[in-house]
Design a protein around this ligand. Structure first.
Ligand SMILES: C[S@@+](CC[C@H](N)C(=O)[O-])C[C@H]1O[C@@H](n2cnc3c(N)ncnc32)[C@H](O)[C@@H]1O
Length: 270
């Protein structure tokens, strides 16, 4: 059984209740065909802090929200660069001076990686298939824009959010007049491995809501058909399922390893 309960307090000033209820219905519809071994009971909180999601079976569970102004995320922004980790995997160290790299984050999630890329100067289109995750992201954008510094608002202005399935979006862009992204970034859900305790709480909650990617191979192939320069696949453990093609190279190590597939070289644009 999959169920999300709504817990709306008086001080919530966002979407009307009918819209929130419709959201829960459409999220449930996405799960109607999926046989789940475990019962999933989540709670969508709508309160003064905006929208957040919580494990309804665990009263001590912290709520997960999209918070672009979160101190840990802000620290990550201050310590991320074009020549390391995600920035290097995307190819920002190879792009021509002044070139604004257009990245499609095809699996947006909580929008953290997309924020890092926008902070590094990229234009980022975020695709999110889940109605609830999309609503959490939209809520994060709205709070980030109203409470963020002018610098943060400028970063957020480089990000665009779309409620879409990546496969459908990629198929539409593969047409001759679609605008092809420079790089496509994939960070799909994988079955949790290793000790459960090591899985971050936010990610464990996303697993409950979203399950794991069933056919990563076809998503990767669709992305490879469309990306001008690269497709970057995040694999925290640095390993790929055997059915996937080998990448051109890897950037980073556990817990932030990226498999990089190269369609053409950034340096060919210089
Ligand atoms: C692991 S999370 C991504 C986390 C993200 N990189 C971040 O920094 O917060 C994966 C997300 O991709 C979304 N997703 C998976 N397959 C998708 C698809 N085919 N189209 C759009 N979104 C998808 C899931 O709903 C989930 O929210």
């Amino acid at each position: 059984m999959f169920k999300v309960l709504l817990h709306k307090s008086e001080d919530y000033q966002g979407l009307p209740e009918a819209t929130l209820q419709a959201l829960l219905k459409s999220e449930a519809a996405c799960h109607a065909d999926h046989d789940s071994a475990a019962d999933v009971l989540l709670r969508l909180n709508a309160d003064a802090g905006g929208l957040s999601l919580q494990n309804a079976n665990d009263p001590r569970a912290t709520a997960t929200r999209v918070d672009f102004l979160d101190a840990t995320l802000q620290y990550r922004l201050r310590t991320s660069g074009k020549r390391q980790g995600l920035g290097k995997a995307i190819g920002l160290d190879k792009a021509a001076t002044g070139q604004q790299v257009f990245v499609v984050d095809a699996t947006a999630g909580l929008g953290r990686d997309a924020l890092v890329l926008a902070h590094l100067g990229c234009r980022v289109l975020l695709l999110e298939q889940s109605p609830l995750m999309h609503a959490l992201l939209a809520d994060g954008f709205s709070r980030g824009n109203s409470e963020g510094t002018p610098h943060m608002r400028a970063v957020l202005a480089r990000m665009q959010l779309l409620h879409a399935d990546a496969r459908q979006w990629l198929a539409s862009v593969a047409s001759p007049d679609g605008e092809r992204p420079d790089v496509i970034y994939l960070d799909p859900m994988f079955p949790p491995r290793g000790k459960q305790a090591k899985v971050k709480k936010d990610i464990a909650l996303l697993h409950q809501l979203l399950g794991s990617e069933a056919d990563l191979g076809s998503l990767l192939q669709a992305a490879l058909k469309v990306a001008r320069y690269r497709v970057v696949l995040k694999r925290p453990d640095g390993k790929l399922p055997p059915e996937l093609p080998a990448p051109a190279f890897w950037i980073g190590d556990k817990p932030a390893a990226f498999a990089v597939y190269v369609n053409s070289s950034f340096s060919s644009t210089r």
